[in-house]
Each structure stands twice: as C-alpha cells, then as structure tokens.
Design a protein around this ligand. Structure first.
Ligand SMILES: [Fe+2]
Length: 213
C-alpha cells in the first residue's frame, strides 16, 4: 500500500508579496529606489570625496620622491591616465542612453565630474615626479583623444542590463588595480605597503583616486 506523507504545516503564514502590481506602479517604485541611492551617492560625493587634484595633492612631495618610481610604475600610471581620459566618451554614451531619465542622466553628469579628476591627478603625478614633460604629456593626451571609445567595441554591454553589469565589474576591477598600484608606489618609496598615518605623497594620490573610484 502506498502511503503519502502530508506536507507539514508551516508555523507562520506564507509571506505575501505586497505589490505594486501594475507596470506603472512598479516603475514608480523602482524610480523611487534609484533616486534614494542617487541621493546617497551624491551626498557622499559632496562630503567624502570632495577633493581637487590641483588643490589637495602633495605636489611638492612628488617632486622629492618621484625619482624613486620604477619605469614600470611610471608606465602603469601613464596607462591609467589614458584610460581615465576617455571619461568624456563614457559619459557621452550614458547621456545618450539616459536622455529621458532625469535621475540617471544626473548620475552620469556627477559620475563624470568626479572621474574627470582622475586623469588630471595621474597627469600631475607624472609631471611633478619629473617622469614626463608637459610636451610629452600633451602628445600622449592627443594620441588618446584620437581614438574614440564606444560601447560598440564591447559586444554585450549595449543594453542597460549589460552596461550595468559591465560597470559593476569594471569599477571593482579598477578599485583593485589602484589598491595594488598604491601598494607598489609605497614599496618603491620605501614605505610599508600597509596604509597608515605616515602615508604621503603619491600614495595619498592613489588612495584618493581609489576611494573616489
Ligand atoms: Fe576613475
């Protein structure tokens, strides 16, 4: 004889999703959620990431310590400068996608304003460490600008979902790269690679960009 086990009755009633149910209401809920994240993001930008590459970097100390940087490290910094300089192309794509979404359009503008400092910071590092001259930097920046970054070069990120996934991974990867670069610079400066109160100069620059990233 077949026997059946009755399913156990849960102690508490099942959780019921409370909607919203209509497409419009769900969109409204999503927009509200996005806005609350944007408000938080913007607040942190104003209060925790409010630095200026021209005003807050220890440029004098770069001049004193810059000669300790290895050619490979200089090369890395120059490479990151090139990547950061495409910020205009990145934002241009975002502004096109979010042309009709005020909140997300504003995120693109704010993100771009913050990111624009990174290229300036790396440029100042190379200049004030006496690793590159103004002329060399100008030539390099001209070369960078001659190429146009586009999502079309990266199949799969042209959709909003693909773009979001790409941005998430890319931002985390860049944070990791800058963390490693900061440690590398500290090592070449003769400082402990662990960040501490003695942190100075270029190490500080790396930290600022990292936090900002
Ligand atoms: Fe950046």
């Amino acid at each position: 004889m077949l026997t059946y086990e009755l399913p156990s009755v849960p102690d508490s009633p099942p959780v019921l999703a409370r909607g919203p149910w209509t497409q419009e209401a769900r969109q409204r809920a999503l927009d509200q959620d996005v806005l609350s994240h944007v408000v938080e993001y913007f607040g942190r930008a104003m209060q925790a990431r409010n630095w200026s590459p021209w005003h807050n970097l220890p440029l004098e100390e770069m001049g004193q310590m810059g000669h300790r940087l290895s050619p490979d490290t200089i090369h890395l910094v120059e490479g990151f400068l090139g990547v950061e300089e495409y910020v205009g192309d990145y934002v241009q794509e975002g502004l096109t996608i979010f042309r009709h979404n005020r909140t997300r359009r504003n995120v693109q503008l704010q993100w771009g304003a913050e990111e624009a400092r990174h290229g300036i910071a790396w440029e100042l590092v190379l200049l004030h460490s006496y690793a590159r001259t103004e002329t060399q930097l100008q030539t390099y920046l001209d070369q960078v600008r001659d190429a146009h970054w586009s999502v079309q070069q990266h199949p799969g990120i042209e959709s909003q979902l693909g773009g979001t996934a790409y941005a998430m991974v890319q931002e985390r990867a860049t944070y990791f790269y800058y963390q490693e670069l900061r440690a590398r610079i500290r090592h070449e400066y003769g400082l402990p690679t662990e960040f501490g109160p003695d942190s100075i100069v270029l190490s500080r620059t790396g930290e600022m960009i990292m936090v900002s990233q």
